[in-house]
Design a protein around this ligand. Sequence first.
Ligand SMILES: *Cc1c(COP(=O)(O)O)cnc(C)c1O
Length: 376
Amino acid sequence: MNKFIPVFEPNLNGNEKKYLIECVNSGWIGANGPYVKILETEFSKYCKQKYGSCVTNGSAALDVALKAMKDVYKWDDNSEIIIPTFNIISAAQSCIYNKLKPIFVDAEIDTWNIDITKIEKVITKKTKAIIIVHIYGLPSNVTPIIDIAKKYDLKIIEDASQAHGQECNGVKCGSFGDVSTFSFFTNKHISCGEGGIVLTSNNEIFEKINYYKNLCFTNEKFIHNDLGWNLRMSNLQAAVAYAQYEKLEETIIRKQELGKTYRNLLKDLPIRLAPAKTEYSDNHYWIFGIVLDKNVRLTAKDVINKLADKGIETRPFFYPMHKQPIFKKLNIVDNIERPISEYLYEKGFYIPMGLNLKKEQQIYITNEIKNIIIKH
Ligand SMILES: *Cc1c(COP(=O)(O)O)cnc(C)c1O
């Protein structure tokens, strides 16, 4: 019997332990420690942004980014922010917490990123920004999106939580946003269990982010003019994230090897994979997604359950934002059809991509997938 294969496993074989012990020995476990500082400095430089501010997670990074931008750019309540509907809930939720209205745009069938041809159709006088979310390891083509943003005077937020070290036309993801955010959750290319960072080159926004993430403390200690949150990252988290950052290139190479092997093993099946490369970037395979062809009479759920019986852990694709019960309840969803994201959810899932996955396991996993699809 094959052992259980988890959908992801981090690799903590670098300097993680050494740096953690250093934190403990020095007593620097809280926020503002040396690892927080070095991570902010190094990672912002790496992404060609002037400033970095570590926070507790990638969702919080978006919360505080939008709050700071709303202040600095003087956006009214109910200003509209364009986001992909095929996405995790974080961006949409951050909009709502900040009294901004998320406008959901369908995905593109090949790359699963936002359908750029549909962006201009939803721009109104109220539109203030586009949140670019790089999906599953293949980035959005940022150039035409930035052109649209310039044409309509919109700001760009880049959620690069699935694209650490990724590039568009040779330029690092995270460098394109007026504000860019990353998550350091367990399954991300850089991870410290829970964590995140906000990057920007705008000093005013940076100051606001630091203000809101730190309970809106002022120079007069314990006197507050606003309400914020405590979203500070501890030095312990930053120590692990920094050790992971040192190995980022290695992690990406490993993921690309795994992705290439899966592609070769999954040839000639009635399935759709994201392209290995596009004209603007290579696929880094943050995850390895599979979308069943329409004529396969199985849903992603069917395959997920059958693979679970074989000890293979998988995950379904994102459930589109425009279908979310909470957003229907809040009455913020229009009736525009977004069929691609619905198809991706119905037929898409992703398979194990742990950094220590062995070739035999990849063969076992793909054989089981073939059996399920061919037998149905
Ligand atoms: C993981 C992720 C988030 C959320 O990050 P957390 O650290 O889990 O809060 C947000 N956006 C994207 C695109 C993500 O992949």
